[in-house]
Design a protein. Structure first.
Lengths: 267, 354
């Protein structure tokens, strides 16, 4: 019993330490900013621009990721083919890539002198140092988070639901839309939330590939970094806004799109 | 008429079957798990394509590997009731039933689905989610859903095995009734011989991807073609009509003559099942003694040794089988054509509604 006593204390202490360390910086941001400062920093036009840009770019990036990533993840989850393991690894690679490396990689691939640079330029698309470039950087960095989750969600589906749908007159495409996506819903939504969170916080790749121009490529993390050396209070206020916006966004995504049938099933 | 021929290597075992079942008749494939029964259903439904095979239903050819015909599952008109039922968890019961009703205008779908549910006494479940339904309720919704598209053939995979013992009998009776009403060929798969006997007009015993014997349940039980079939059929199945007796036992008048008693309750048409090793044989002249309530005068039809036991095929006049020791066979001087009295206890007599 004595042993159990000290072990319980150890577990509790470890959790308390984790909790303190992980929440302290977030709490500090709010403790250090008064509501007045928060409001006045929101009145700052640069801050509002950064916030708008962050929301727009991350929304477009997540939209692209979901639109292309969902069918791709379904293919990876539902078929066995040679080279599949290699493809899965390649898709997950950006997860372990340092953001700076991602930025350099994007420049080398899509920059003016990049591998596909000529092609991109011929198509009349300007990526480097533009808003479109921000979206490309966010998409590149956030996509693996969604793909991983979506693939796992599709793999966890009961195959007989898909078989049943086919015998009930639905084609493969209809089965994907009407059965696979709704039943994998919870997993897809949590993948979407992860990817969106990652996109909102993206810093390194955006800075390298798109630069940091107010109103064009300066997302909230870049704006925070710019203020940090000259206006610490402003940086702090903007950080608080980003934390609040991200938390609210992720929470509402989970609450709004979480499938009703799961909540009904929780008996 | 549903015709199936398939030869395939599917993972560790090979499948080689040729079956046919006429409209309005149910063929039950029975065998141990892993015998390839479900693979036959999947071939018919088009969920798996065999190396060689031909599947036709009436005039429609769904699969003909020789001519390169392979109709995708959604265009084969198969109603498939899956093991565990495979109801879509994100849809309510009525939406599950309405899922295949794409030809019906949207505003009439709910009414159509309700009518189908009504047929299986499940209209009150229309707005429930599958996760809140009991096994028996899910089964009704699944059968209603499988029939929604007016299938040309019906496939059932272990339709009763997900149910508890209490609901199995009534669900089985309802299903047997539904199979008769639909009038399409039905193919059913089960690991339980009693279930096959209850629901199938004919029973095919499947082992190692092959149908080893095909016939009515009574034929299989009375004259198994192999020791495997004999072992698998296990119970003797007799048909008759039950009514409550005055002594608290249920009396069953057997079709074709004779009467037995059971401690199970039952009323109307029933299947009587008893295990062969619970049936004792005696010479017709021996005075009745002991606690057995059931005595039928029988004629010995066949004598088959199975290991250290002997299976004695009997006509009562319905076929039944007793399993006794070799020593008893010699003591009683049993031989085909001999007469004997078969006795067993009312407590070992199971009644199944049919």
């Amino acid at each position: 019993m004595r042993w159990r006593g000290w072990f319980a204390v150890l577990l509790t202490a470890a959790l308390a330490l984790v909790l303190c360390f992980l929440t302290l910086p977030v709490v500090a941001i709010f403790v250090d900013t008064s509501p007045g400062e928060l409001l006045s920093s929101l009145g700052d036009e640069g801050a509002l621009d950064a916030l708008r840009l962050s929301l727009e770019c991350s929304a477009v990036a997540v939209g692209v990721i979901v639109a292309v990533g969902t069918p791709a993840a379904y293919l990876l989850a539902s078929r066995r083919f040679p080279g599949r393991a290699a493809i899965v690894t390649l898709v997950e690679l950006p997860l372990v890539l340092p953001p700076a490396v991602a930025g350099i990689g994007l420049l080398a691939a899509l920059g003016p002198n990049g591998v596909l640079g000529g092609l991109v330029a011929d198509a009349g698309i300007q990526l480097v140092l533009t808003t479109a470039g921000v979206i490309v950087a966010l998409t590149f960095v956030a996509a693996p988070f969604y793909l991983r989750q979506a693939q796992a969600a599709f793999e966890a589906l009961d195959r007989t639901w898909l078989d049943a749908s086919r015998t009930l007159g639905a084609s493969e495409a209809r089965t994907f839309l009407r059965v696979a996506i709704p039943t994998a819903g919870p997993g897809l939504v949590s993948g979407l939330a992860l990817a969106w969170g990652r996109a909102l916080g993206e810093f390194g790749a955006t800075l390298m590939f798109a630069g940091s121009f107010r109103g064009i490529t300066q997302t909230v993390p870049l704006a925070i970094y710019e203020r940090f050396s000259t206006d610490f209070t402003g940086a702090l206020a903007l950080s608080a806004v980003l934390v609040a916006v991200s938390a609210a966004l992720l929470l509402s995504v989970k609450l709004l799109t979480g499938p009703a049938w799961l909540r009904g099933a929780a008996r | 008429m549903l015709r199936v021929e398939a030869q395939a290597r599917l993972g560790p075992f090979s499948l080689d079957v040729a079956l046919e079942t006429p409209a309005g008749s149910c063929l039950a494939l029975a065998g141990p798990s892993g015998a390839g029964k479900t693979s036959v259903l999947r071939v018919v439904a088009g969920l798996v394509t065999p190396q060689r095979g031909r599947v036709s239903c009436g005039e429609d050819v769904w699969l003909d590997t020789d001519r390169g015909v392979d109709v995708p599952p959604e265009r084969r008109r198969c109603g498939y009731v899956f093991q565990e039922y495979a109801l879509f968890p994100h849809l309510r019961a009525w939406q599950n039933v309405a899922y295949p009703l794409r030809d019906v205008p949207r505003r009439r779908r709910r009414r159509c689905a309700l009518e189908l549910l009504e047929r299986f006494g499940a209209a009150h479940l229309a707005d429930a989610r599958p996760s809140t339904l009991s096994g028996g309720e899910r089964q009704r919704v699944a059968v209603a859903r499988a029939l929604a598209r007016r299938p040309a053939a019906l496939l059932l995979d272990e339709p009763l095995s997900a149910l508890d013992a209490r609901t199995r009998a009534s669900a089985g009776r309802e299903l047997a009734g539904a199979l008769r009403d639909i009038g399409v060929p039905a193919l059913l798969v089960t690991h339980d011989f009693t279930e096959a006997a209850l629901l199938g007009d004919r029973v095919g015993v499947v082992d190692g991807g092959r149908v080893v014997q095909l016939g009515t349940a009574a034929q299989l039980a009375a004259a198994p073609a192999s020791a495997f079939v004999a072992d698998f059929t296990g119970a003797v199945v007799l048909t008759g009509t039950a009514r409550a007796g005055r002594d608290g036992l249920t009396r069953v008048a057997l079709d074709g003559g004779g009467s037995v008693a059971s401690t199970d309750s039952g009323d109307g048409p029933v299947a009587v099942s008893v295990y062969p090793w619970e049936i004792a044989l005696a010479a017709p002249t021996t005075p009745r003694s002991g606690s057995a309530q059931n005595h039928l005068t029988v004629e010995v039809v066949s004598i088959t040794a199975v290991g250290n036991r002997v299976r004695v095929g009997l006509a009562a006049p319905q076929p039944l089988t007793a399993e006794i020791s070799d020593a008893s066979v010699r003591e009683l001087a049993l031989a085909p054509g001999a007469r004997a009295v078969a006795s067993w206890k009312a407590t070992s007599t199971r009644l199944l509604s049919r």
